[in-house]
Design a protein around this ligand. Structure first.
Ligand code: NAP
Length: 323
């Protein structure tokens, strides 16, 4: 016999936790299937960062990522949300109530809010995840300010790498390391970077591994030149990796409409109220929020904001269609 909930939230980053807080306060008793590591840690990408200085409300140095996520969960629980640290294995959105399965439990729900986030593409070096926030970073807006008057490496040759590199020059000297001579980045972005006196380019260099200090923090990268095959070290105070993101949407393939990069399509064009930005997906009663549907802003605060939108959309939709 399946366990039924009015609202199931899949994923527990800022988007999912905010959706749980709002639906909890609306007395909908949401169940949050918070993840257990498949698409990243429960709590999402903020669990991999240290100080967060740009989430409003935390002056005097910001707040630790894990602490922020702990507080968000606690606040949602205070309003009746239940969190379970489990990975969802299967979903069936073909009819209502929707079916969602974990290893040991079958759930049904009147409404599902998808907030499984996205993860940064990494080099694939063993132990790399553990270096995040220990000299290795995946978000310049989040962590760039820690490198005032320092030297950083940005890895990548797409628009993200150019944008991150350019932004980082507000603080630091940037060496952009790319594995080819040609770039995926747009000409406008490239031109801006080429003109930036604080940026230098190291091309045809494929990163192989990270250089570590005795305390285990990152002090640069070890690369191989793809033309000469010569290996060398590039030293820096920190490394920002910008080689793309992967939305955690495998679970929803064939169930929800996605763009060519696998991000869930939301908005009025996905079936929501005409003319309004929204969290509606291609399936009525399934809503999506946070980085799983946003490849542009990718900030904790924008994810939290879209979690609020999903909760309000879900609550109104339940009001109209019943549970
Ligand atoms: P992307 O365009 O896919 O570029 C990824 C870059 O990382 C490529 O240069 C790729 O090298 C490199 N790369 C991938 N795997 C690597 C590895 N293992 N080792 C070393 N290098 C590796 O990704 P993105 O830059 O994140 O952009 C994603 C999308 O968002 C794009 O459509 C982009 O235009 C868009 N975007 C737009 C803006 C904007 O307009 N403001 C800003 C950011 C992103 P190769 O080129 O050799 O494959």
């Amino acid at each position: 016999m399946a366990e039924h909930h009015k609202v199931l939230v899949i994923g527990s980053g800022p988007a999912g936790d905010t959706a749980a807080l709002y639906t909890g306060r609306a007395n909908l008793k949401p169940m949050v299937l918070a993840g257990f590591g498949k698409g990243g840690p429960p709590g999402g990408q903020l669990m991999l960062t240290s100080e967060i200085e740009n989430f409003p409300g935390f002056p005097n140095g910001g707040i630790d990522g894990k602490e922020l996520m702990g507080r968000m969960q606690k606040q949602a629980e205070e309003f009746g949300a239940t969190f379970k640290m489990v990975d969802v294995e299967r979903v069936d959105f073909s009819k209502r109530p929707f079916h969602v399965s974990t290893d040991d439990t079958e759930y049904t729900a009147d409404v599902v809010i998808v907030s499984t986030g996205a993860r940064s593409r990494l080099l694939g070096v063993p132990g790399e995840e553990k270096l995040i926030s220990r000299g290795l970073h995946t978000c310049a807006t989040c962590d760039g300010a820690f490198y005032k008057k320092k030297k950083v490496i940005v890895i990548g040759g797409g628009d993200s790498a150019m944008e991150e590199g350019n932004y980082l020059t507000h603080f630091a000297d940037v060496a952009l390391v790319h594995r080819r001579e040609e770039f995926r980045a747009s000409k406008t972005m490239l031109d801006r970077c080429f003109k930036n006196p604080k940026m230098t380019f190291k091309l045809n260099e494929q990163p192989l591994s990270y250089l570590l200090r005795p305390n285990g923090t990152v002090r640069g990268i070890h690369v191989v030149n793809t033309k000469t095959k010569i290996e060398s070290d590039i030293e820096a105070d920190g490394v920002f990796i910008a080689i793309g993101h992967i939305p955690n949407t495998d679970l929803f393939k064939g169930q929800l409409k996605m763009n060519e990069d696998g991000y869930i399509i939301t908005g009025p064009w996905a079936g929501g109220p005409d003319g309004h930005p929204s969290s509606y997906t291609s399936v009525a009663g399934v809503f999506a929020c946070g980085d799983v549907q946003d490849h542009t802003y990718r900030q904790a605060i924008t994810a939290a904001g879209s979690g609020c939108m999903a909760a309000i959309d879900a609550e109104r939709w339940l009001g109209e269609h019943g549970g």
